[in-house]
Design a binder for this molecule. Sequence first.
Ligand code: ZN
Length: 412
Amino acid sequence: MAFQCQRDCYMKEFVTTVASCCPAELKQEIGGKKESVSGFTVKLQDTILFPEGGGQPDDHGLITDIPVLRVTRQGQDAAHFVASPLEVGQEVRVKVDWERRFDHMQQHSGQHLITALAESMFGHMTTSWELGRQRSTIELDTPVVKAAQVQALEEAVNEKIRAHIPVNVKLLYNDSPELEKVRSRGLPDDHAWPIRIVDIEGVDANMCCGTHVSNLSHLQVIKLLGTEKGKKNKTNLIFLAGNRVLKYAEKSYSTERSLVALLKTGPDEHVEAVDKLQKSMKLVQKTNLNLLRDMALLIAHNFKNDPRRGNFFSLHRKEGDHEFMNIIVNEINTQETLVFLTVGEEKGPGLFLLAGPSEQVTQLGPRLLQLLQGKGAGKNGRFQGKANSLARRGEVEAFLQQRCNQFNLQEE
Ligand SMILES: [Zn+2]
């Protein structure tokens, strides 16, 4: 049994009747989150909405004005998932999301063509393929595809497109003599006669359930973007077919224009300009880091040389880091001074370091964590960690200052 979309891949609207409608759940992934949607599974007398198969994703579309969220194969039937129920026996108009479908047809027929020529020209067999959201991939059973081969293959597939070769769907029965010639990965166990063959005249005949263009000219153009290392001893060939090539060119041009404005150079100099920027950025970072180290030393010396210095030192510096804090602490005698340092966003997350006489630090640590919503640990007179928020830093400072005064009175 074949669906109407397989008999006529170009039909955009179709009138049929509802055969069944049952409550169902659809598990979806939206933005990486798994969600379960309640709705109904509708089966129709026939359909122009393709259920996924042969590497081709399912169609989107409408039944009357109800959006079809998913189409899957259930035995010989197509199961349409919709949010609201339909009446059994009701006559309905089905519309396919043609932009999505035609895109799938271009990628799928494009894959058949590339697969056929990769095999006949270089003996590279296709082991699987994936119709991706942005680009599609053909897995070839070879450890390498040379750049010259990719180029020759691209030229050859586009030549076939220019030759506007018809693509026909044939049905073969188990006694058809043509069966021998059909290239396929073997017949699935549950197949039923007749089998469906997609025949690119004189180029390729392959068993497939997908929807295909009726002529190679409908592919417009194929761009082989390149290859990537695949699974063990395989190579992935990345391609775009039809409108995707136009969209890709549009997107690339828009990116190029933005880069021209940002980098103030023509496209040919973009790589060089970014490379230069990255190198000077690294240099600036290194200089910055050195300056920060020097500043830490100066801050510590300044404190040590202050005759009016007490026994408490506190400092916040937005752009500091662990090392910045450690340098200061190493320079100041923390046997007689309690040092409280923070770096990071004023009211946001950051790092802290408390150093001083061991007993004091151990005593004060927990309260500090509480006020800074932090996590930390310490030993030998140092207590450090991460603060979720430095918003209450002022309170910590006041608290430490006060406790410092108390410790002094105890000692005296
Ligand atoms: Zn196919």
